[in-house]
Design a protein around this ligand. Structure first.
Ligand code: NAD
Length: 251
């Protein structure tokens, strides 16, 4: 119970890494607003947690939606302590095939959406006397792989955003960090692998072989990292990227 009485907003919290994080935050005593593009699903999954969790529709590309999600947290739970800027969208494909609408969408959701989400949280975090922002970046915010350039560029941008905000917000007692997970078993994974539906065993095998610990990441790996970064145990940690890659970048 490391987060008793804390209040969090998790964007993209209706699925995958975000949903696992909501579960861990609740286990640690927090109350949570799930802010997701799929508002119906956000409401549905929130109901599974009882009164500790509220689901709202939110498109992180719209600054006003992000502000509304924070307002819901303050109105319903009294304050904001943690913003988990987690919503993202995948892209895989050769650079020649990237059209303007695709690049705009990937940057709008992954980078500009992270900006609007963090910006919306700042007044409430200052009002609370400090707190924490955690971005879900990606291993591709730290290293690159071929055929992901819009996504890789946007996620590298998230790390720059995180560092800038860590410096700017430190005087307010607001810590700002990022997690950088390797390939993770979520609905997004099949989209990354080219929208093939179920991820084929051969693709899984390729990922596993590229990771020294010999397995892909799980949503729980990310959720535990967010809990740590949000907790008082990380009180001296800000401006940091916590890489969850099973040793990949050590090589
Ligand atoms: P997921 O598809 O399971 O969940 C993503 C959630 O984000 C969905 O509920 C979706 O409705 C929501 N969303 C999408 N666009 C949104 C928007 N504009 N506004 C608000 N919500 C929106 O995917 P996931 O794998 O859990 O992804 C979560 C984060 O983790 C993303 O930022 C992703 O880039 C990152 N990530 C994923 C992997 C992976 O392999 N799955 C690896 C590293 C990083």
């Amino acid at each position: 119970m490391r987060l008793v009485d804390r209040v969090a907003v998790v964007t993209g919290g209706a699925s995958g890494i975000g949903l696992a994080t909501v579960g861990r935050l609740v286990e640690e005593g927090a109350r949570v607003v799930i802010a997701d593009l799929d508002g119906d699903r956000a409401v549905r999954v929130a109901a599974d947690f009882g009164t500790s969790v509220i689901g709202v529709a939110c498109d992180v590309t719209r600054a006003e939606d992000c502000r509304a999600a924070v307002a819901t947290a303050v109105e319903r739970f009294g304050k904001l302590d943690l913003m988990h800027a987690n919503a993202g969208t995948p892209f895989t494909g050769p650079v020649e095939e990237v059209d303007q609408a695709t690049l705009d969408r990937v940057v709008d959701v992954n980078l500009k959406g992270a900006f609007w989400t963090a910006q919306a949280a700042v007044p409430a975090l200052i009002e609370a006397g400090g707190g924490s922002i955690v971005f879900t970046a990606s291993l591709q915010a730290v290293i690159a792989r071929p055929r992901y350039s819009p996504y890789t560029a946007a996620k590298h941008g998230v790390i720059g955003l995180m560092k800038g905000l860590a410096l700017e917000l430190a005087p307010h007692g607001i810590r700002v960090n990022a997690i950088a997970p390797a390939a993770t078993e979520t609905p997004m994974l099949s989209a990354f692998l080219g929208g093939m539906g179920d991820v084929p065993d051969s693709a899984r095998q390729n990922f596993r072989e590229s990771i020294p610990l010999g397995r892909m990441a799980t949503p729980r790996d990310s959720a535990d990292a967010v809990v740590y970064l949000a907790s008082d145990e990380a009180r001296m940690v800000t401006g940091h990227t916590l890489v969850l890659d099973g040793g990949t970048t050590a090589g």
